[in-house]
Design a binder for this molecule. Structure first.
Ligand SMILES: *Cc1c(COP(=O)(O)O)cnc(C)c1O
Length: 361
C-alpha cells in the first residue's frame, strides 16, 4: 500500500515494480551491470528519443541540477558567449550556474507567466550577435508553462549556435524531435517523466558537440566529457560509485515506459490527467494561472481561490486524503501547483478532484 500519491514532480509517484527493483544489492564490476543495465539504458534512451549514431548519452550522479551545471560548465568554453532565457526558477538557475563558473553570459529574464517567443529570441540574438550558445527550459516547472523550442530551433537553424535544452520535466512525457530540432544538449533526470527515483541526471548530446567539450570542464566530478569517455571505453562503467539501486529502478522504469506504448502513449495519459484535473478544478471554482495555450500537461498552477485561503491547511487536508501537492513558486500571484506526471492515472485525478470538492464544501 502507498502512503500517499506524490503530485510534486519530482520526486513523483513510482510504480511498485520500480520500487521493488531497489530491494537487492547489486555489483557493478561485471558485464551484467555495465553492459546489461547501464549500456542498455544508454541505448534505450537514444531509441525512445528516436536518435541514431549522431547522438550519444551521458549519465551523471546527482539531481537534475548537477547535470545542467555539468553541461553548461563543460560546453561553454572561455571564448564562448552564452545566452540564457528564463521565465521561471529553472531558467534563472542556469544563470546562477553561469555566474558560479564565471561563464560569459547574458540572461534574458521574462515574467513567469510570459512565454519565450520567437520574437524575443530574434531580438536578443540581434542584440548579442557574438552568441555561441543558447540555453532554454522546455517546460518551466515553476509554473507549468511550455516554451516553444520548435520555433526557437527554427531561429537557430544554420546559425552554428549550440542549442542547450533543459527538458528535465518534459523528456519522456512530451515527444521532442531532438535531431529534427538540432538540439546539441538535452538534459533530464531519472525522477521525472521516465518515472524512476531521484539519483542521477541524463544528458543526450550530439556526438560532435560533446567531443568539443574535451578539456573545458571547471570541475572534476561534473566533467561530462570524462564521464562519457569512461562510459564508452568501460562499456557502461561510471567514473565514481554509481547509484546502483537508482539505476536498476530506472532500468525497470524504461521497461514500463516501453510497455505503456512509449513517449506518445505516456504523453496521452498525462494530457488526460491534466484535462480531468483542470476541468474538475474549474467546476469547483478554481482558476488556472496560465491560459490553456501555453500550459503544459506536466504541472498546473492554480490561483488561490480567495485572499483568506490558507495553503498549509489545504495541503494538510489533502495529504490526509492521500494526495501531496506543491506550494506555488512565483512572486506574481499566490498559487499552488499540482503535478500530472508519474505513476498516476485519470482515476487518481477523478478521486483528487472529488477530495478537493469535499474539502471546499
Ligand atoms: C526538476 C527540474 C530541474 C532539476 O531539479 P533538481 O531539483 O536538481 O532535480 C531542472 N529543471 C527543471 C525544468 C526541472 O523541472
Amino acid at each position: 500500500m502507498r502512503n500517499y500519491l506524490l503530485l510534486t514532480p519530482g520526486p513523483l509517484s513510482t510504480s511498485e515494480t520500480v520500487r521493488n527493483a531497489m530491494l537487492q544489492d547489486w555489483c557493478t564490476w561485471d558485464k551484467d551491470y555495465n553492459e546489461g543495465v547501464v549500456t542498455a539504458i544508454r541505448s534505450e534512451l537514444l531509441q525512445i528519443a528516436g536518435l541514431g549514431d549522431e547522438y550519444t548519452t551521458v549519465l551523471l550522479q546527482g539531481s537534475g541540477t548537477y547535470s545542467v551545471e555539468a553541461t553548461l560548465s563543460c560546453c561553454v568554453g572561455p571564448q564562448d558567449k552564452l545566452l540564457i532565457f528564463a521565465n521561471g526558477a529553472y531558467g534563472n538557475r542556469m544563470a546562477d550556474i553561469a555566474r558560479y563558473h564565471k561563464l560569459d553570459h547574458t540572461l534574458v529574464s521574462l515574467k513567469e507567466t510570459e512565454q519565450i517567443t520567437v520574437d524575443i529570441v530574434r531580438q536578443s540574438l540581434a542584440a548579442h550577435p557574438d552568441t555561441t550558445h543558447l540555453a532554454v527550459v522546455h517546460c518551466e516547472t515553476t509554473t507549468g508553462i511550455i516554451n516553444p523550442i520548435e520555433d526557437i530551433a527554427e531561429v537557430l537553424r544554420g546559425s552554428g549556435i549550440t542549442f542547450i535544452v533543459d527538458a528535465m520535466s518534459s523528456f519522456g512525457g512530451i515527444p521532442i524531435d531532438i535531431a529534427g530540432l538540432g538540439i546539441d544538449f538535452l538534459v533530464s533526470s531519472s525522477n521525472k517523466c521516465i518515472q524512476g527515483v531521484p539519483g542521477f541526471g541524463l544528458i543526450i548530446a550530439k556526438r560532435t558537440a560533446l567531443a568539443a567539450c574535451e578539456g573545458i570542464s571547471r570541475s572534476l566530478s561534473l566533467d561530462i566529457y570524462d564521464q562519457w569517455k569512461e562510459m564508452e571505453q568501460g562499456h557502461g562503467k561510471w567514473r565514481f560509485t554509481s547509484p546502483t539501486h537508482v539505476v536498476r529502478a530506472f532500468f525497470q522504469a524504461l521497461k514500463e515506459l516501453r510497455e505503456e506504448g512509449g513517449i506518445e502513449a505516456r504523453h496521452r495519459r498525462y494530457e488526460e490527467n491534466h484535462r480531468i484535473l483542470v476541468q474538475g478544478m474549474r467546476e469547483i471554482g478554481f482558476t488556472t494561472l496560465l491560459p490553456d495555450a501555453v500550459q503544459s500537461p506536466i504541472i498546473t498552477s492554480f490561483l488561490y481561490p480567495e485572499q483568506t485561503f490558507v495553503f498549509a491547511d489545504f495541503y494538510e487536508e489533502l495529504k490526509q486524503r492521500g494526495f501531496v501537492i506543491y506550494p506555488g513558486k512565483i512572486s506574481e500571484a499566490p498559487t499552488f501547483r499540482i503535478g500530472n506526471i508519474g505513476d498516476v492515472f485519470p482515476d487518481d485525478f477523478r478521486r483528487l478532484v472529488d477530495a478537493i470538492a469535499d474539502i471546499r464544501r
